[in-house]
Design a protein around this ligand. Structure first.
Ligand code: SF4
Length: 489
């Protein structure tokens, strides 16, 4: 499914964050454009917090960036430093109490926090803080980080306070933070979510993806390193770096490359589009099907299908790359449809086959994932209805067999078709002539990282974090939030 699409069979990304410190300009308008560039990472709410050197200004609304702000809202956000956030709900309920940036005013100043990811020990830290008198206004994990950081800032300087919070929280977090008019970026020690730094004409920016820096006419400097704190200079002239945690291995989410990130973003010096094309090439090498045409599910399968077709043609396979399914770009969210017939109509509203490229042909259909399997069967049926003789489905990622706890709205084990059925059974369920997924090895090769430096939890069932009731794929140290009292004996 297309990235960020809240469809029944889609994965939905979590959030996008941005932060910037400028010399002269107000930060609100560039933050707003930065959020536009990250809209695919969250469509539920959008918000910006700025600081003008005296006070904090905040505007957070439900809805898309274009709906959440009007000109007057942006103009009211004074100050040359600030952060922004787009959100799809992960931990916490779906209302404005969990929309971000989260703000808190305390004796040590004003904090704003934008969080991408999900803590797996938020409940423990929350309980501990509640016992110490902190009152929470939401059930989200971002508020937990905000309170912990505010508490530490009363006792420590900024860098030590962030370090102390990093030593207590466990899980996935890419953060942009304002402490008064200072802007920070923090990436969890496993680097699970992307975060990068860019240079602008008038200052510096930190963003989830480099596409946001491009949109602002800036230049990508580098990724924020796993475990690193970046503090932007208040005049926008540069930044300071503090490596607060230095883990032996990282746990980058491989699905950022496969699905979530924009294809025009660069993560760890790899252009996401090229990684996807390489995955397509590997898909041909591992599971190429001898068909007349190969076509993508738009838009998510396009880069995979182009790499797949190139590799097939290099092998002298007589396969033609074709766009066989056309997408109606003006269909937004479809409301929940109770009947099978209505659901099928919804798929036809979104996608229409081009009969002449399909009729009488054998077809390979390429997509990036199958989550619940509720859309794939309809796509296969669409192609048969348009006259396809055979439909072979190829997926540019391994089979998803376990949920995500790090901020991806994926599905439960009960809902995941891959958790409960063999590949043959899924093939039968979606009505295809054959079905193949990509191997985990192909992912590590295409991304250029070893499995020890990636999170592969949803496709292996073993996670790089210590999650209650789940297995880990490495030695993981979960922080002890409340040390047990030492026995006097
Ligand atoms: S479980 Fe899957 S989606 Fe979640 S962080 Fe790991 S690789 Fe990414």
């Amino acid at each position: 499914m297309a990235m960020g699409e809240p469809a029944a069979d889609g994965l939905t990304e979590k959030c996008g964050v941005v932060g910037m410190s400028l010399d002269e300009e107000d930060a609100a308008l560039p933050l707003y454009y930065g959020l536009y560039a990250l809209q695919h990472r969250g469509q539920e709410s959008a918000g910006i917090v700025t600081h003008d050197g005296f006070q904090q200004h905040s505007h957070v609304e439900m809805g898309l960036v274009g709906d959440a702000f009007d000109e007057a809202d942006v103009e009211s956000l004074k100050g040359s430093s600030g952060i922004g956030h787009v959100r799809y709900p992960t931990a916490g309920s779906v209302d404005t109490s969990c929309a971000q940036p989260f703000t808190v005013s305390f004796k040590g100043g004003a904090l704003g926090l934008s969080h991408n990811g999900n803590l797996v020990n938020a409940a423990e830290v929350r309980d501990d803080l509640a016992n110490k008198g902190h009152a929470f206004t939401s059930d989200g994990d971002t508020e937990v980080i905000a309170h912990d950081l505010a508490r530490n800032l009363l006792e420590e300087d900024l860098v030590r306070a962030v370090k102390r919070t990093m030593e207590r929280v466990h899980g996935s977090y890419a953060l942009t933070i304002t402490h008064d008019d200072t802007v920070l970026g923090v990436r969890d020690p496993e680097g699970n979510r992307p975060l990068c730094i860019g240079r602008l004409d008038d200052g510096h920016v930190i963003a989830s993806e480099s596409a946001a820096i491009d949109t602002l006419g800036g230049e990508l400097v580098r990724d924020v390193k796993p475990g690193e704190l970046v503090v932007l200079h208040e005049d926008g002239g540069g930044f300071d770096s503090y490596q607060l945690k230095d883990p032996e291995h990282t746990a980058h989410c491989f699905f950022e490359y496969v699905y979530f990130a924009r294809p025009d973003s660069v993560i760890d010096e790899e252009l996401v589009y090229e990684v996807r094309r390489e995955l397509g090439r590997k898909l041909w090498a591992e599971a190429g099907a001898d068909t007349d045409v190969v076509m993508p599910v738009p838009d998510s399968g396009r880069a995979f299908a182009s790499g797949y077709a190139d590799a097939a043609q290099e092998d002298d396979a007589d396969v033609e790359f074709a766009e066989g399914l056309m997408k109606n770009r003006y269909v937004g969210r479809t409301f929940i449809m109770p009947t099978q017939e209505a659901r099928e109509r919804a798929v036809r509203l979104k996608l229409n086959p081009i009969r002449s490229t399909v009729e009488g042909k054998t077809v390979t259909l390429i997509d990036d994932s199958i989550v619940r399997g509720t859309t794939s069967d309809q796509l296969v049926e669409l192609l048969y209805d348009a006259g396809a003789e055979e439909v072979h489905v190829r997926i540019g990622a391994p089979k998803i067999l376990a949920p995500c706890y790090m901020g991806i709205n994926m599905a439960t084990r009960e809902e995941l078709i891959g958790a409960n059925r063999s590949t043959e059974e899924i093939c039968e369920h979606i009505g295809a002539d054959s079905l193949s997924y990509l191997s985990v090895d192909a992912i590590t090769e295409a991304v250029g990282k070893s499995g020890d430096d990636l999170c592969l939890g949803c496709v292996t069932g073993e996670y790089p974090y210590d999650i209650d009731g789940e297995m880990t794929d490495r030695d993981v140290e979960r922080p002890v939030v409340r040390p047990e009292p030492v026995d006097a004996d």
